[in-house]
Design a protein around this ligand. Structure first.
Ligand code: GTP
Ligand code: MG
Length: 195
């Protein structure tokens, strides 16, 4: 798909601030610093429309990116960032849970994990929620440029095992630096919209 128009439509914390449920949404969940905002930038072919940072905890709101006035990519706040207070952590999970529970036009929730690391207990919890909610269970293994291609399958197996995924094709190694799979990812998303 060619991205002709991409804009940050809305920055929200609670339901009353969300944009209308008029077009489908794909939401991206994962640990802080895993590369959610970078993934969205790569998909939109924009350098820093979704603000990224090497400091974890950058995205603390739900950011709705409207693409071609046709669908939205939704950047969720990252979880698992150690250096925030307990109350702040529960606020974050509240923000994510509220969105996941109420959003009727949410077509997929896609989990991002770092290809180099075994998923955490929180990743597993998020993934189980995704499966229990009836979503496809696509996992994007980020920062794929940090390992060699020859190592992909070993790392994908570790992720599959931890998350209980039988079909390893559901785990897609992706590099927001190389951006080589952007077109394929759009095809996957478009197929989901059509079905
Ligand atoms: P929060 O907003 O804190 O939840 O983080 P995030 O998941 O949005 O991560 P973000 O996209 O800000 O990326 C975090 C860091 O990882 C940045 O320094 C990015 O440049 C880097 N990064 C993200 N994706 C990739 C990738 O595919 N390859 C490499 N080499 N670095 C990446
Ligand atoms: Mg972010």
């Amino acid at each position: 798909m060619k991205v002709i128009k991409a804009e940050l439509e809305k920055v929200a914390v609670h339901e009353e601030q969300y944009p209308p449920e008029d077009i489908y949404e794909f939401a991206f969940a994962g640990r802080s610093n895993v590369g959610k905002s970078s993934f969205i930038n790569a998909m939109l072919n924009r350098k820093n429309l979704a603000r990224t940072s090497s400091t974890p905890g950058k995205t603390r709101t739900i950011n709705f990116y409207r693409v071609n006035d046709d669908l939205r990519l939704v950047d969720l706040p990252g979880y698992g960032y150690a250096k925030v207070s307990k109350s702040e952590k529960s606020t974050w999970s509240g923000i994510i849970n509220e969105y996941l529970e109420v959003r009727e036009n949410l077509l997929e929730v896609i989990l991002l994990v770092d290809i180099r690391h075994e998923p955490t207990a929180q990743d597993l919890q998020m993934f189980e929620y995704i499966i229990d909610s009836g979503y496809s269970g696509i996992v994007i293994a980020t920062k794929a440029d940090k390992i060699s291609r020859g190592q992909y399958s070993k790392h994908v197996s570790t992720i599959a095992k931890k998350l209980g995924i039988k079909n390893k094709d559901m785990i897609i190694p992706f590099s927001s630096e190389k951006k080589d799979l952007v077109e394929e990812m759009w095809e996957i998303f478009e197929d989901i919209v059509k079905h």
